[in-house]
Design a protein around this ligand. Structure first.
Ligand code: DAH
Length: 338
């Protein structure tokens, strides 16, 4: 009978070790330790053993068998409970890293990116950032910039006028949507004393039908420097420093004679790409004495230069965009590329 007990214990321990589920372990428990289990059956045959000492010894052996198998079952059950819990936790886990990869983080608009980078470069060159209103007076937008009523250059700006009632003729109110950022030159001179070193980025408006290269609403950045003994060389040097800082090594600039009512002399500035091709960027020149006077600055004491160019064009060129309208239709397939 001792052999039977040993065999029963070995068999039970072997099954416990191989049990893969909680159901299996409960079945083994019932079949070995239960009322009708193998060990209980062996126990019921004890009465047939006549020798008292042998019966006692077998009884002890059976008790040890119950204890040993019971302990093995408890241990395996605890293991299986643990394994099942971690499997469930694993299955229900929220994978937050993946969620972060999947979420679409937006980004700044292409024009905003260019705008901010331009500001950064000019601030790095010692300029501060100035602002002016988008609804301007005719005086700030034209008159003070040496484009009085009837000046032919006015015709080049397709101006959007602000009216208060429908019987008004365009321009009667004296208010308009600014056609360029140049009026900020006037406002800055009137509000502060030289020396002045500012850039003024902002939205401007013209009565244009949208096409691949024009939008009725677009963006410019204006620069104004007023100080003692400012010359054309300072202007050229500033444009060149800006070109290198913004576009990078290998880019240079040149000035070409031109005409603007608010500067004398006037120039247009081009950027030379490393491949040798030229890119027209904007206008510039020495601030006209009449413009300094309109800003309350004495042209006998002070001189200055100014420049202005389009921000949208800048964004378009940098990314090789062929149609400026693409930047504004909010097609996610386009936007996501940048
Ligand atoms: N305001 C001009 C335009 O919109 C650009 C410009 C030219 C600005 C020459 C300037 C300048 O400050 O000096 O076409």
């Amino acid at each position: 009978m001792t052999d039977d007990i040993t065999a029963a214990v070995d068999a039970a321990l072997g099954r416990v070790e191989g049990a893969a589920t909680l159901e299996a372990i409960e079945a083994i428990s019932a079949e070995t330790l239960g009322k009708k289990g193998v060990l209980a059956e062996l126990k019921s045959t004890l009465s047939k053993v006549d020798d008292i000492e042998e019966r006692k010894a077998l009884g002890r052996a059976l008790n040890q068998a119950f204890t040993a198998v019971g302990a093995a079952i408890d241990e395996r059950r605890a293991q299986l409970v643990d394994e099942e819990r971690s499997a469930r936790v694993q299955a229900e886990r929220l994978d937050l890293t993946e969620a972060m990869h999947q979420a679409n983080r937006g980004h700044l608009h292409l024009v905003t990116q260019a705008w901010q980078e331009l500001e950064d470069v000019f601030v790095g060159l010692g300029f501060t950032v100035a602002e002016g209103p988008e609804v301007e007076t005719d005086w700030h937008n034209f008159e003070a910039l040496n484009m009085g009523e009837g000046h032919p250059a006015r015709g080049e700006f397709d101006t959007l006028f602000i009216g208060h009632d429908e019987n008004e003729r365009p321009g009667d109110s004296g208010l308009l949507l600014r056609t360029h950022t140049s009026p900020v030159q006037i406002r800055t001179m009137l509000e502060s004393e030289p020396p002045i070193y500012i850039v003024a980025p902002g939205r401007v408006f013209r009565r244009d039908t949208p096409d691949a290269t024009h939008m009725p609403v677009f963006h410019q950045i204006e620069g104004l420097v007023v100080d003692r003994n400012i010359s054309m060389a300072d202007l050229a040097g500033t444009i060149e420093a800006f070109t290198r800082a913004f576009f990078g090594e290998g880019f240079t600039s040149r000035l070409r004679p031109s005409y603007f009512p608010f500067t004398e002399p006037s120039a247009e500035f081009d950027i030379r790409r490393p491949d040798g091709s030229w890119l027209e960027l904007g206008g510039c020149g020495m601030v006209h004495p009449e413009v300094l006077r309109a800003g309350g600055v004495d042209p006998e004491e002070w001189s200055g230069f100014a420049f202005g160019f389009g921000i949208d064009r800048m964004a378009v060129m940098r990314h090789g965009i062929t149609d400026i309208r693409d930047m504004y239709v909010n097609d996610i397939r386009f936007i996501e590329q940048f």
